[in-house]
Structure formats: structure tokens, C-alpha cells
Write a protein that binds this ligand. Sequence first.
Ligand code: SF4
Length: 257
Amino acid sequence: MVQETQPSAFVSEIFSSAQGEGVNIGRRQLFVRFCECHRRCLYCDTNVERTENLRIELEPGCDQFLDVPNPVGLDRLLDLIEQANRPEFAHDDLFITGGEPLLYADFLEQMLPEACRRLGLPVHLETSSDMPKAFAQITPWVDHVLMDIKLPSVTGEAGTWDEHLEFLKQIISSGTDATIKLVVNADTTQDDLDRAIAILRESGSEFPVILQPMTATLQSDRTPTAKQILGWQSQMAVALGQTVRIIPQTHKMMGLL
Ligand code: SF4
């Protein structure tokens, strides 16, 4: 008899915290962070390599962790997620992030239906939104997408405009909810903003749009000036005919994971 191989994934963290970005700021979420990313954004604040262990925070905010060797099998991961979803934490959502979680679309396609069944929580997905085919594999189990539109002048990478447009159309046609996030810094170009506006208009998106000023780090402070970001906000709001919000990464202000 041939034994079926258990699918596995490299997962870096499981923890309970408050969402720090986008329109869902403050919601209590159970975070599952997958390792690895195909992108190398200049401002990335996440380790995008495979980690030796999955670390699970023992209590919310305690900064002490249980290590579980990577890769983690599907059944084991589902058990760990279920154990971390303690009723006293009152999670609002399961938040799937990375790295780029869609690199694990095959794994997520198996994981999410069972996670939804066991946890009964809405699933939120954070993604660089340039892998529309991978997203199609898991769309039925995703309730909300925190979708980046990556600006080349900020990421230091080539544009992925066509992929973002296709991704956005897919979210809309599937009836999934979303937030659009643009990380901006002092180097943001007018051309990139125009391209982002063009995509949003072409797709017919009415999702909330967030301008997220890049957080200053010890290595780099390319935070946009007040004049820059207020100008971009007005410009986008007029062009799109909708509210455009400026929201920084609030979890960093509070020292949350
Ligand atoms: S897409 Fe996200 S995780 Fe990947 S390199 Fe960019 S900021 Fe980092």
C-alpha cells in the first residue's frame, strides 16, 4: 500500500495580537506567518527566509516562544492553530501573512477549509497581490484581502502592474472584501501613483484605499514629508472619487508583534 505524504510548510510564527495595518486596525487576530517571499522590497521588515523553527508565542505579548521544527505537517499545523485560538483571547479573525503566503497556495488550499471548520473565524489574507492564479486556488475561503499595490519607486523592484490588475479583478468578481494598501516613501514617483490610480479605476474597485507611510528604521529614514503625503492623498481621492486614508503601521507604535 502506498502511503500518502503529508503536505508540509515552512511557517515562521503563530501569535495572537491586534491588527496594526489597514482598515481593520485593532481587530484581535490570530496571526499565522508563512516563511519565504519571492519579492525583495527595500522596506521589508520581515525575515523572508525559511526559519529552522516555527515559533509560537506562549501568551499574547509575553515575547516568549515555543519552538516547533520546520517544516510543519498540515495536521500538526492545524492542531497548533486550534490550540492557539484560545477562547479567552476572543479572536475576530484568522490572519494569514508572510513573507508571501500565496507561495503556499497548494498547502493553503488544503489547510483553510479545515481551519475554517475548526476555528469558525473569518480568514484575512495579506499578500503582495501579484500571484492571481495562486489566489484563485483559495478564494472561496478568504473573507478579506489586505492587498498591496507595489510601487517600484518604493520597493526598488520592477512593476507588477498587470498582475495587480488581474488580482484586483479576481477579488471583485469573487465577491471577496478587500483593502488596498500602498506603501509610500519620500522616493515615491508621480508615475507610480498614476499607474496605481489607473489600475484602481480600470478594475472598478470601490475598496478602501490606504496610503501607508514607510516606517523609519535605524538603517533608513525615507518617510515621506507631510507635504508629500497630504498631496498624494488629495490627488488620489479626487482621481478615484473616494476617501483615501493615511494610516501608518500602528502595531509598531505599540510595540506589538
Ligand atoms: S512582499 Fe512583503 S514580505 Fe515580501 S519582500 Fe515585500 S514587504 Fe517583504
